[in-house]
Design a protein around this ligand. Structure first.
Ligand code: PLP
Length: 445
């Protein structure tokens, strides 16, 4: 597969042109990659008004992912989420429907802030899960919800895979959404690679109308590289307006290093990735089996994540994360209950062998019985938008009981808000924040 963006930049670099344009480094090395870092000069195309090398590269990505249209983001899935919500709202308004989205409660905080900024009415779906990071929405659950909803949402928004490696039944959910004439939008930030499994598990393939993938999370792309995919089944309005939607929230100076990275990833994906991935996944499966035989308790069916529920093995997630760090291995995320390891083909079989050695050298101890607190049902006092735009202050969590949460107050990872902006902070909520080491909250003044 060709790499038009990389080719253009390499040609440009070879000519040692007098650079009378941004960026100010003029291609001179300070960090290292400056010579390949250009801006939207003649011939370099314009992201979100693309009809040259960027359009050609995006078309390559679209063919690889089987989408109707794929657009690049150099600002992660975060940008794509804002654009997806804008498209859903604009389409709902155009069709005389309310801007209502029913969303799994484990949505990333960008979903919450984007919905607030766009004045979208969010109906939270709590699902069947006890954990804040998961939210099992089954097809039956969604069907029941849509049958009884006072106002039918314009779209259902699902986060799959979630941080704990759980995959939703996208096919079943898409079928239910289809029956109720509701769009299905998926945050697939963690699942770009799912498209290349022997059994394709990518949300677009399973019937979602639109999704975002962070290429940088599971593919060998630079941080910030992501895709907005629009499915063949999506309204034409989405593909006609997606570039405009992305440009509304994005920088006017896209990173050409990231664009080249996404361009190069196309070539990588087209050149035997599927086989490499599926072989690697088989090795990860074997490792998971060995870890379970060793007494580890694992959650989630996502092939490239190893999510350890650590307390049954006698450690908190933090303790296991720190043990790994001492052994020069850094995990993606830990809290008191979980330690999440993210793998990619780039770890190789050697990486798997090293990980097995490290984890199997950790002695099993007596189970820690304490369970995480159950996240209480939110009690909304004001809208998310009112809360976000309110005059606010930061206070120690223990002083916040009775106050209203102004902003999500969670960092990344995992960036899943424990409470919704606008909710009153109850005693139980305070306990949850404390459990997750959030000792300062932003509350309405
Ligand atoms: C589920 C989920 N969605 C969206 C995002 C945002 O993705 P990005 O970092 O590519 O902007 C993240 C980031 O961690 C995430 O975990």
């Amino acid at each position: 597969m060709n790499t038009p963006i990389c080719d253009f930049v390499r040609e440009y670099e070879k000519k040692h042109t007098l650079r009378l344009h941004m960026p100010g480094h003029k291609g001179e090395e300070l960090l290292g990659p400056e010579k390949y870092d250009i801006t939207e000069i003649d011939g370099a195309d314009v992201l979100y008004r693309a009809n040259g090398i960027i359009a050609e590269s995006q078309k390559n990505a679209s063919v690889l992912f089987g989408s109707k249209k794929t657009l690049y983001s150099t600002e992660g899935s975060s940008l794509c989420i804002r654009a997806m919500l804008f498209l859903v709202k604009a389409y709902a308004v155009k069709n005389g429907r309310g801007a209502v989205i029913a969303a799994g409660r484990n949505a990333h905080k960008v979903f919450m802030t984007a919905a607030a900024l766009l004045d979208i009415d969010v109906r939270w779906l709590k699902g069947n899960s006890r954990e804040i990071l998961s939210c099992e929405i089954t097809a039956e659950y969604l069907d029941r919800y849509l049958q009884s909803a006072d106002e039918k949402p314009a779209a259902v928004y699902i986060t799959s895979p979630d941080y704990l490696g759980n995959l939703s039944d996208i096919k079943g959910l898409a079928e239910v959404c289809g029956r109720h004439s509701v769009l299905l939008i998926v945050d697939n930030a963690h699942g770009a690679y799912l498209n290349f499994l022997d059994e394709n598990k990518h949300p677009l393939h399973l019937g979602a109308h639109m999704c975002c993938d962070s290429a940088h999370k599971t593919l060998p792309a630079l941080t910030g590289g992501a895709y907005l995919h629009i499915g063949e089944n999506a309204p034409v309005f989405f593909s006609e307006n997606a570039e405009n939607a992305l440009s509304m929230f994005s920088s006017t100076s896209p990173s050409y290093l990231i664009l080249q990275s996404l361009d190069k990833v196309n070539e990588y994906l087209a050149d035997g990735y599927k086989q490499k991935l599926n072989e690697f996944v088989r090795s990860v499966l074997q490792l998971k089996k060995k870890l379970q035989e060793n007494g580890y308790s694992l959650t989630g069916a996502e092939p490239l994540k190893i999510c350890i529920r650590t307390k049954p093995y006698g450690y908190t997630g933090e303790e296991l994360g720190n043990i790994l760090k001492e052994k020069n291995a850094v995990c993606e995320f830990y809290d008191k209950d979980f330690c999440v390891l993210m793998l990619s083909v780039q770890n190789g079989k050697e990486g798997i062998a090293e990980l097995e050695k490290i984890l199997c050298s950790v002695p099993k101890k007596e189970e820690i019985k304490a369970l995480p607190p159950e996240i209480p049902e939110g009690k909304s006092r004001i809208s998310m938008k009112e809360a976000l735009f309110s005059v606010s202050e930061y206070l120690p969590t223990q002083e916040c009981e009775g106050k209203i949460l102004a902003s999500p107050c969670v960092s990344c990872p995992p960036a899943v808000p424990i409470a919704v902006c606008g909710d009153v902070i109850t005693k139980e909520l305070t306990e949850c924040f404390k459990y997750y080491n959030i000792d300062t909250l932003c509350v309405v003044k």
